[in-house]
Design a protein. Structure first.
Length: 442
């Protein structure tokens, strides 16, 4: 296995050339086991952590099979569909297809929500061989008649566990019902709870199981530790860590979008550059942050779980769980962002005293006792900018807008009140005149 090369897996010359240019000569375990099965036309149920080379395990054989019977028509229906739970992951898979398929005449596109659909519709009208998509936008385009799945021969469902966690199960089921029954299906998941197994049983036909690494065990190359810290001290604890130069490329995980913004602002206030990435950000802003993180211009990324899906950066040195993950499975996904492509990594989790049960469940799932590190905090009085109050520009704008609306409302109210008073005075005058006339007549 150690001396195995891609040539031994019956990978053809155009793809070997592309792999060589990317610096890949030997397949990873998931690639070694999956590629031959896909080339034979078998359904696959793959259980592998992130960072194991899973994307190449399904894109390479699909590209090779599509290329062996390539359509010569310009306008053509797609023959391969790859579903991913997030925009970032879909973009990453599409980029992998571009790299591995650069020496063959293959047409592919990526479809996701959060952007205008016009360019995506135009790409579909030009005819595509492969579609990489998130479920929601794909269904929208299908319902509008812009996309047909009648010719699909290969269907890939990637990160199925995350797909279920994000509530896409109904959309996935709807899409599967549209697909031709005669197809090859590849199903991948980092964890395999009962709900995922149930879904797999409904869409796979006599699948071959590929289990490279127990999905319940994080990558062994990751040094994992936990710091028990009070909620009020978590920001200071984060700053204390990030002031150490050993933290070169860091992803910090938070529960909420609002908290991601606040943490990024606090770090900026003390002279630590960072970017927040979450679903409220525009696609352009998210992609810009990701590109900056990949090329090293951005060292620290503050992310929510959903936004971090698809971040495939080989040089992530540290993962910091600012908030403990909601589920033990999320912990596996989070720390899988580091120690990719054979590298080592470090994962540090902030655990509040009230969250010890979450820590216990994680340790039970991964079958490992995490090292508890003592909390050492910098003196906040020595941190320039730490005690400054941070507020987002959007909040200021909202406050200014509300003040304007209140002023506007009060002005209208005053005008209306004045108008009513005037009417009352006029009514009184009229009544007095009428009474005088009656008195004069009498």
């Amino acid at each position: 296995m150690t001396n195995l090369r891609f040539e031994d897996l019956n990978i053809k010359a155009p793809f070997l050339k592309a792999l060589n240019e990317e610096g890949y000569t030997s397949p990873t375990p998931i690639q070694h086991e999956t590629i031959p099965l896909v080339l034979k036309g078998l359904d696959v149920l793959g259980m592998a952590q992130t960072g194991t080379g899973k994307t190449a395990a399904f894109t390479l054989p699909i590209l090779q099979k599509l290329n062996s019977s390539q359509s010569t028509e310009k306008a053509r229906d797609p023959r391969a569909l790859i579903l991913a739970p997030t925009r970032e992951l879909a973009i990453q898979i599409n980029e992998s297809i571009r790299k591995y398929g650069q020496y063959i005449a293959i047409k592919h596109t990526v479809i996701f929500g959060g952007v205008k659909q016009g360019p995506q519709v135009k790409s579909l009208e030009r005819g595509m061989d492969i579609i990489v998509a998130t479920p929601g936008r794909l269904l929208d385009l299908i319902n509008q008649g812009f996309c047909s799945l009648d010719k699909i021969e290969f269907f890939v469902l990637d990160e199925a566990d995350r797909m279920l966690d994000m509530g896409f199960i109904r959309d996935v089921v709807k899409i599967v019902k549209i697909l031709p029954k005669k197809r090859q299906t590849l199903f991948f998941s980092a964890t395999m709870p009962d709900s995922v197994i149930k879904l797999a049983n409904t869409i796979l036909t006599s699948p071959k199981q590929v289990k490279v690494k127990s999905t319940l065990t994080p990558v062994e190359r990751i040094a994992q530790s936990v710091i028990v810290v009070e909620p009020k001290d978590k920001v200071l604890q984060l700053i204390t860590l990030l002031k150490d130069k050993v933290f070169k490329s860091v992803i910090v995980f938070t529960k909420t979008k609002h908290k991601a913004n606040r943490i990024s602002q606090k770090l900026t206030a003390v002279g630590i550059d960072s970017e927040a990435i979450h679903s409220n950000k525009s696609q352009a802003a998210r992609q810009k942050a990701l590109n900056g993180f990949k090329d090293g211009t951005i060292k620290i990324l503050i992310a929510t779980d959903i936004a971090a899906r698809g971040i495939d950066v080989e040089a992530v040195s540290h993962i910091i769980n600012f908030d403990m993950p909601s589920t033990p499975e999320d912990y596996v996904h989070r720390i899988g962002r580091t120690a990719r492509a054979g590298a080592s990594g470090i994962a540090v989790s902030f655990c509040e005293p009230s969250e010890r049960l979450k820590l216990f469940r994680i340790e039970k799932l991964i079958d490992l006792k995490l090292e508890v590190v003592q909390s050492n905090l910098l003196n906040p009085d020595n941190l320039i900018g730490y005690n400054e109050e941070v507020s987002s520009s959007s909040q200021n704008k909202k406050r200014d807008y509300n003040q304007f609306e209140n002023t506007k409302y009060n002005s209208k109210k005053m005008a209306t009140t004045k108008g009513k008073s005037g009417l009352k005075r006029n009514a009184k005058k009229t009544k007095l005149l009428q009474n005088k006339k009656k008195e004069n007549k009498s």
